[in-house]
Design a protein around this ligand. Structure first.
Ligand code: SF4
Ligand code: SF4
Ligand code: FES
Length: 257
């Protein structure tokens, strides 16, 4: 690195504006932090530096910053937050690609636990409601499972990449307390498990769980979810496929009464 570039790098700084909140019910406020620029720094590495030395831009010591993160490689789904107003993963958000000051806020549709950490348990409750799993009927050797064709595997794999980050729910106009809508991630998991040769034995229960209030009919098909998904999951295809299955199931159930 030549001397001019080295000098420029040593004087460059990055400015963060972070929305803070001490506890679930308390008043939110903003604080600014300035960090020396480093090559390849991302939002999570910056938050680590701020948490290790919680001093504001004005030089005032403050409380350590709280945020969720784990894998640091867009796999665990825990670091979702609003970065410059957009729901995305903090560990894959490179500082050099962001406009400054970089505004960090907690996801807006989930209860704040503290600072940037939110309670996303609603997704896990929704997944429980649709039985997003394949049940085991024992721990003994059941032999080889049913074989899946290459085509089935290729269709299922993208759906299995969901990291439960909740970005799709954050951006969905229908995901709110009035509708109680389960959101795109849950619907897509229904498609994944219903198309699995073993999982499909609970297909009826899963489709029934998506009928009625908060079910799939709440979706307005605005497609914000598919744009926001960091794992490129074909959410709108899942919504239309599962919607069709729910409709077929409802008609069949009606005539069986
Ligand atoms: S298509 Fe629109 S309304 Fe439906 S889940 Fe996605 S964002 Fe929400
Ligand atoms: S579907 Fe995509 S956006 Fe939604 S929770 Fe899964 S990974 Fe996140
Ligand atoms: S830290 Fe795991 S997805 Fe960002």
């Amino acid at each position: 690195m030549n001397r001019e570039l080295r000098t420029e790098n040593s004087t460059r700084t990055v400015l963060f504006k972070i929305k803070r909140q001490a506890s679930p019910g308390s008043q939110a406020y903003w604080e600014e932090f300035e960090l020396p620029w480093k090559r390849h720094m991302n939002v999570i590495s910056s938050l680590m530096d701020i948490a290790a030395n919680p001093v504001t831009r004005e030089g005032k010591p403050t409380t350590p910053l709280t945020y969720d993160s784990n894998c640091l490689e867009e796999v665990c789904g825990s670091c979702a937050m609003l970065i410059n107003g957009r729901a995305r993963m903090a560990c894959s958000a490179l500082v050099d690609n962001l406009e400054q000051p970089i505004r960090l806020e907690p996801l807006s549709k989930f209860p704040v636990v503290r600072d940037l950490a939110v309670d996303r348990s609603v997704l896990f409750e929704n997944l429980k409601a649709v039985k997003a799993w394949i049940p085991l009927d024992g721990t003994y050797d059941l032999g080889a499972g049913p074989r899946m064709s290459q085509k089935q595997q290729e269709e299922a794999y993208p759906l299995s990449r969901c990291i439960s980050c909740c970005c799709c729910m954050e951006v969905c106009p229908q995901f709110n307390e009035h509708t109680g809508f389960v959101g795109a991630a849950t619907i897509s998991q229904v498609r994944l498990f219903n198309t699995h040769p073993t999982g499909e034995m609970m297909k009826h229960e899963r489709l029934t769980a998506l009928m009625g209030d908060g079910g799939i009919q709440e979706c307005g098909y605005a497609q914000n979810c598919v744009e926001a998904c960091p794992k490129d999951i074909p959410l709108t295809r899942s919504i239309s496929d599962v919607g069709r299955e729910v409709m077929k199931q409802a008609v069949t159930d009606f005539f069986r009464r």
